[in-house]
Design a binder for this molecule. Sequence first.
Ligand code: SF4
Ligand code: SF4
Length: 325
Amino acid sequence: MISINTTWIKEEAKRLGFFTCGVAKAEPVNEEVAKGYQKWLENGEEATMAYMSNYLEKRLDPRKLVPGVRSIISLALNYAPSQHLPKGEYQFAAYALGQDYHDLMKAKMRELANKIRESEPYLNASQENKEGQKEELEIRCFCDTAPVLERYWAQKAGLGWVGRNHQLIIPHAGSMFFLGEIFLPFDVDKYDEPMESRCGNCHRCIDACPTKAIIPNEGFHADQCLSYQLIENRGDLSEDAKAAMGDTIYGCDRCQTACPWNRFATPNTEPSLQPKAELLSMSKEAWHNLSIEDYRRLFKGSAVKRVKFEGLKRNIAATQHKENE
Ligand code: SF4
Ligand code: SF4
């Protein structure tokens, strides 16, 4: 069986603009995490996000998702904002200020996968199936596109640890990172060690959560989370969400901005992640008068499209509703 040089993969990842990269052996997720995830589902904590309970076996064992996978490369791309929407105006979660990150992540991951495919050990690889026929080795890239526990794999690959706020925290860099995975059908020469949690006795994210969605004993009530309410919930906003949203009309960053590790965040320099001038100039009044044409123009190619025009109008109206009380 071939193996590939981990240091070379990491150098190529850095060259493509990824902040950090690590490699873990592809094996079933550990028992504690698997049980915790199953219990979370049994308690119905995924709320209306039914996709989180789909393909459970594959989610808990990557070899069932991609037969033949032997190594998982985890990649992190910085999205810490270099520009903010003006204070006093309506706010969006930082990850949604620029263009949809999925396209950017996939393009960069495909480039790395192609580099690996063109590499000498890979070209020399041959794999025979049970019938003795030569089979093509398959490299797959994922970014929110398959049942993969991305933060678990990132921690296992030594990128950081899953903090009490359920984000991946990268030491001395924070949590504002997009994550992606490349599944390799062969070994690497050196696997990374998982990183231990460095949350210690800290509970700032728990204190900062306006809806008490983060449970101190490591649990998480998705349906109470403002990010879920303002993006995933297709029905009416909960009364708690309306009371807690303040000026935020898409997502929520409070448990991230409260985290001391985000003091080390460095603004991203990726052109496609920068907010459009028109978004930066929007006033509250303009948001309340938002037309479908404005929405399409402002959010062309943006992750905000997930909430749809009606969802964003609902969020804006909920804020207005509070102002009128
Ligand atoms: S995103 Fe906001 S509402 Fe959700 S857990 Fe974090 S602080 Fe709480
Ligand atoms: S705020 Fe504190 S407890 Fe929460 S994720 Fe950051 S370090 Fe961990």
